[in-house]
Ligand binder design. Structure first.
Ligand SMILES: C[S@@+](CC[C@H](N)C(=O)[O-])C[C@H]1O[C@@H](n2cnc3c(N)ncnc32)[C@H](O)[C@@H]1O
Length: 201
């Protein structure tokens, strides 16, 4: 019995924690509850496991995407989480031993990750509520992520919006990037997962 009750209690506790953080900082947290497992699995599925290097997760919150990344086979030692809410950082450290949690601002990614990366990044997996942020900040994040990314790396981002949360058309170098999108219907509300990569050459 406790095998079925414990996960339910933990999910309810995460929902309560999330809602509390959202009430304190609605724009920063950006959602009233954590992402569902189907969305988390979809995000993780776009990480190419054959690529070497760190996998950086932005805005892990209570950790549903982190969990999916680990279940997909990303080793804990290659995962770096960037989260700015202290209570989420404490929870993530307790929940995912062996995963490095960096407390800081993802929009100043180079500074936040300064000295913490062992080699170029293989993939960035982001749940940041980008649409609450000015376009210039989002594009600055895109540029920083790809400066630290190995060739062929990918930035994976989910959104509840209809359009690309990275406004590539407003980026002076936007044509250097390509994007793909897919829908995740099995999430409430349904979401879109965008993948951004830098064209070769
Ligand atoms: C929509 S929630 C997603 C949480 C979790 N990944 C999920 O899918 O349930 C956004 C997360 O981004 C974090 N966040 C927002 N702005 C941030 C920033 N500038 N730097 C780091 N984390 C940030 C929030 O604290 C929150 O945990």
């Amino acid at each position: 019995m406790s095998q079925t009750i414990e996960p339910l209690k933990s999910a309810l506790a995460d929902n309560a924690r999330f809602l509390r953080s959202w009430m304190e900082n609605p724009r920063g947290v950006g959602a009233v509850s954590p992402s569902g497992p189907a969305l988390a699995r979809a995000m993780a599925s776009y990480v190419d496991l054959s690529r070497e290097g760190p996998v950086v997760e932005l805005g892990p919150g209570t950790g549903p995407v982190t969990q999916a990344l680990l279940e997909r086979g990303v080793p804990a030692s290659r995962l770096l989480l960037v989260e700015y809410e202290t209570s989420f950082c404490d929870l993530l450290r307790q929940r995912f031993p062996g995963v490095e949690v960096v407390q800081g601002d993802a929009y100043s990614l180079k500074q936040t990750l300064g000295g913490k990366l062992e080699g170029p990044i293989a993939a960035v997996v982001s749940s940041l509520p980008l649409l609450n942020q000015p376009e210039s900040d989002r594009l600055r994040l895109l540029d920083q992520a790809f400066e630290m990314m190995a060739p062929g790396g990918v930035l994976i981002q989910f959104t509840y919006g209809l359009f690309s949360p990275m406004p590539l058309k407003r980026h002076p170098g936007g044509s250097a990037f390509s994007s793909e999108v897919s829908r995740v219907w099995a999430n409430i509300p349904p979401a879109r997962v965008w993948r951004y990569s830098r064209r070769a050459g």
